[in-house]
Design a protein around this ligand. Sequence first.
Ligand SMILES: Nc1ncnc2c1ncn2[C@@H]1O[C@H](COP(=O)(O)OP(=O)(O)OP(=O)(O)O)[C@@H](O)[C@H]1O
Length: 334
Amino acid sequence: MNDTPKPNDFIPFLKDNDDDTSLRPKRLSEFIGQDKVRANLNVFIQASLARDESLDHVILYGPPGLGKTTLASIIANEMNAAIRYLSGPSLTRSGDVASILTTISDRDVLFIDEVHRLPRVCEEILYGAMEDFALDILIGKGPGARSVRINLPPFTLIGATTRISLLSAPLRNRFGIIEKLDFYNQGDLSAIVLRSASVMNIPINQDASDEVARRSRGTPRIANRILKRVRDFAQYYGKSTIDKQLVRDALECLEIDDMGLNRMDRNLLKILMDHYHGGPVGINNLATMLGEDTATVEEVYEPFLIKVGLLIRTPRGRMITPQGHQYIKGKKLL
Ligand SMILES: Nc1ncnc2c1ncn2[C@@H]1O[C@H](COP(=O)(O)OP(=O)(O)OP(=O)(O)O)[C@@H](O)[C@H]1O
């Protein structure tokens, strides 16, 4: 960006009160994209409401930032139910789960993010709760121990995961609704950008929102993040509307290229090429070279690189594709 900063005497933008909550659509009809998932959920929700029953337990899976938490809160809204947010790794003892279950009310939604990281002892408590709406608690130890059953009100457990394969079979089998979220197409993503811009009162034109969408790795969370950063550039340079050129200039400063790849993505491909002749290389070695943990590489970086055809997973490890090779050869950065 070569412009000299101008004094900010004309700032049409609202203050940064646009937290994630206000950007989240509240109803299924406001949720953009994921048409199949949305249509299915609508059927299941309407049918449960008509039967006056709680919705069956739901698992939502797919890469981070595609709207799993958003959909969970929408499901609760549509079911006219309260929702409680929990995270798999933060529950460590069976008592943690038991005490939460004993305080839920009829039809409540219990959302567990990263449900694949739930410890086994917590999972086991959930089996009976999900299947029979009952908690079996063991009181005492040894031969005198006895099991006490506590009945629970019907509730809906919504589990979100980026790694459905890591869910144990007994837990997975207790979810009646399993929906996969996929990367968004550019049209839907651009509509999300326009919606978020209007919620945050950011003036942006269609070309610019298309450009943000194109660089957002098919992911609403990234699109919203880019939008906020581009707004900073607009504000700093005294632009009243975000246009395509401003998006391009801002993203150049942020080192996000025209495919939406960032420095970390490029590093990953370059390491594969320079240190491993394009692979195959094991994920642990790759993560160590990148200075990242394995799960982040697997869940955050790889899915999009695989989707755009720059990387493949093979039984012997990760390999760069001929397109990945071409891509890195064409880059001057790094
Ligand atoms: N379909 C959509 N329409 C509009 N905004 C969306 C949509 N999906 C996601 N968003 C926005 O993207 C952001 C990320 O969504 P959310 O937190 O629900 O993702 P997630 O899949 O739960 O991510 P994670 O698994 O990393 O928690 C939120 O700000 C949300 O408002």
